[in-house]
Design a protein around this ligand. Structure first.
Ligand code: M6R
Length: 611
């Protein structure tokens, strides 16, 4: 949560920082602020609200030519969203400023102690203690003061610090919150996420836990927060295109990302399949044959949409590999003494690779001897460094808070994994894999056909703007699709929605059905088609308002409803990939037509780096 950025170079710092904050805003958008060092003084502007509403303060009327500064966009944890809780935070004399992402867990005790020592606090945040601690330890050496201060704090932090008497340096440090340094020409950057600086440089160095840096215009010096010793780090060149982090003519990032999905599938499968051999190559997997053969069970750990991808993964792997799979919410798994050991393969799924609960679940699994495979989008994110094996999903930067293309890429990667494992374990044949590779390759065109129905889906959505509650029904492979469809609607339209296994309706939820409860049914052709139709008849008999996602040419469904979104026929194992697309568009249009901020829904942030 929260995005931080720092700039030192030749350009007006507030312009570069404001621009970077617009790219980081998906991480939090309660309030934002910028501070620069200007002629031996700190100049800081911050306020509550989204960047577009406080642009005047932070950009247009920010009178400073300073070329060094830091910025922050906030997702409130400690202290309500307000101007005084907005970052950056200063010390008693506004000599220095700190932008912080993370949570300082012992801040109450530190705050009490600092107040006793005479420090005056102006905010309710945990972060402000960092500024006062650095002030306390400062005696002319900013690096040393940061080093001392970070020794006192418990919890997670990525920080960027500037001081009025140090116009030539930004100090940054990291523990359990993402941070990187971007290397330019006569200018350098600090950021939570590479998208913030992509338009200036693609050459970056990621900080590990307990690492810090002194960032100057022409040099960057890394050091360890534990020993204080200098460390040598290698840079990497990020292959993400800066244009990928722009809206490119779409009204929202979410819509753009939905439309990118055919290409995302091509990217996820690119170079990983051999139709001729009937083989899948997941080169970067990293796990050895015995790790895979030894696994007697698989446990998926993830949160939110990534968790629902894991639930589809369960159906895929149990079907194609015949290994028992459990799905666990990472936030539950980490605290319940999970039953995993050396015979368990844990699969951790995450778009950001920074979700605190997922990272903690991985550490828990590893401490119990399990091998962990990561299915991750963000390159070089924390998760990628903690797992034993890795499959990148190659979805590119996802900015919309509601995850769409990353979900589809996760499903594609899980399908590849299941096909590969099924083949290795001789559950499925080369011919089967060949056939599925062929089908996988035409899936992007089939999704394009669904996207062509955008206007029709918008028309259907327009009928449902004022309902208070929705049910999403699916069975088998598409039970998780129902859960994901409901989550999409909830998080961006603020309408209550529940996903249910269609066969479970009669065991309780059918009591909810009346004309005020629209039902979205996923009823594409599969072995469970007839059974699902029977479940829908039960809904119809109770005056439920029904919409359906059905296979092209299905006439039977027309007897139940005329609000049908057709999708091309695909094999069962690919149906969750195609069926979720109309649900994403449906949620998008309901939210947009209700006039809501689709890309930045209330109370949410893109990556949840706190518990
Ligand atoms: O970055 P991750 O995939 O680990 O994030 C997990 C969830 O926080 C995320 O999927 C969240 O549920 C999305 N907002 C859903 O659209």
């Amino acid at each position: 949560m929260c995005g931080i950025i720092g700039y030192i170079g030749v350009k007006p710092a507030n312009e570069v920082i404001f621009d970077g904050l617009t790219k980081l805003e998906y991480r939090g958008y309660d309030s934002a602020g910028i501070a620069v060092v200007d002629n031996g003084r700190i100049h800081c502007r911050k306020d509550i609200g989204k960047l577009r509403n406080i642009r005047k303060l932070l950009l247009d009327e920010f009178q400073s030519e300073s070329t060094i500064g830091i910025g922050h966009t906030r997702w409130a944890t400690h202290g309500r969203p307000s101007a005084f809780n907005a970052h950056p935070h200063g010390d008693c004399h506004t000599s220095l400023m700190v932008a912080h992402n993370g949570i300082i867990e012992n801040f109450m005790a530190l705050r009490r102690q600092l107040i006793e020592e005479g420090h005056k606090f102006v905010s309710e945040t945990d972060s402000e203690v960092l500024a006062h601690l650095i002030e306390k330890y400062y005696n002319g050496d900013l690096k040393k003061a940061v080093l001392e201060a970070t020794k006192k704090v418990e919890g997670a932090y990525a920080i960027a610090v500037i001081h009025k008497d140090h116009p030539e340096e930004i100090i940054c440090a990291r523990k359990e919150a993402p941070l990187l340094v971007g290397l330019g020409n006569g200018e350098n950057f600090v950021a939570s996420d590479v998208t913030a600086i992509l338009q200036y440089t693609r050459k970056v160095i990621y900080l590990e836990n307990f690492e810090a840096a002194v960032v100057k215009r022409d040099t960057v010096e890394f050091f360890s927060l534990e020993s204080g010793e200098n460390i040598v780090k290698e840079s990497t060149t990020v292959d993400w295109n800066p244009v990928a982090a722009e809206k490119g003519g779409f009204s929202h990032f979410m819509l753009k990302e939905i439309f990118e999905q055919p290409q995302v599938i091509r990217n996820t499968i690119g170079g990983r399949t051999s139709e001729e051999e009937g083989k899948i190559y997941l080169e970067e997997l990293g796990l050895t044959g015995p790790d895979i053969f030894r696994a007697q069970r698989i446990v998926m750990v993830a949160c939110g949409t990534a968790f629902y991808a894991g639930c589809v993964g369960k159906y895929l792997i149990e079907d194609l590999v015949r290994i028992p799979v459990e799905c666990d919410l990472a936030s539950e798994f980490r605290y319940r003494s999970p039953l995993v050991d050396g015979n368990t393969l844990v699969i951790a799924i995450s778009q950001s690779g920074e979700t605190a609960d997922t990272l903690a679940a991985v550490r828990e699994a590893k401490s119990r001897g399990a091998k962990v495979l990561g299915i991750v989008n963000a390159k070089e994110s924390s998760l990628t460094r903690e797992v034993d094996g890795l499959v990148y999903i190659h979805a590119g930067p996802e900015i919309g808070v509601a995850s769409t293309k990353a979900y589809i890429a996760m499903l594609t990667a899980l399908t590849l994994l299941a096909l590969m494992l099924g083949k290795i374990r001789s559950v499925i044949s080369s011919d089967f894999v060949k056939e599925k590779i062929r089908e996988l390759k035409v899936l992007p065109q089939q999704i394009e056909k669904v996207l062509e129905q955008k206007d029709k889906i918008k028309e259907i959505a327009a009928n449902y703007l004022n309902y208070k509650s929705f049910l999403f029904l699916g069975r088998g492979f598409n039970y998780p699709t129902a859960l994901e469809g409901a989550l999409k609607l909830k998080e961006i339209s603020y309408i209550h929605a529940e996903g249910y296994a269609a066969g479970e309706m009669k065991h309780g939820p059918i009591a909810l059905i009346d004309s005020e409860m629209p039902v979205m049914a996923i009823v594409t052709q599969s072995d469970l088609y007839d059974k699902t139709i029977s479940n829908l008849k039960e809904v119809q008999a109770r005056a439920g308002k029904l919409m359906a996602i059905a296979t092209e040419g299905d006439t039977q469904i027309r007897h139940l409803t005329d609000q049908v979104i057709e999708v091309p026929k695909v094999s069962d194992i690919f149906s969750p990939i195609i069926n979720v697309v109309p649900l994403q568009l449906f949620a998008y249009f309901v939210a947009d037509l209700r006039g809501l901020d689709v890309d930045q829904p209330r109370n949410l942030a893109k990556s949840v780096t706190v518990e």
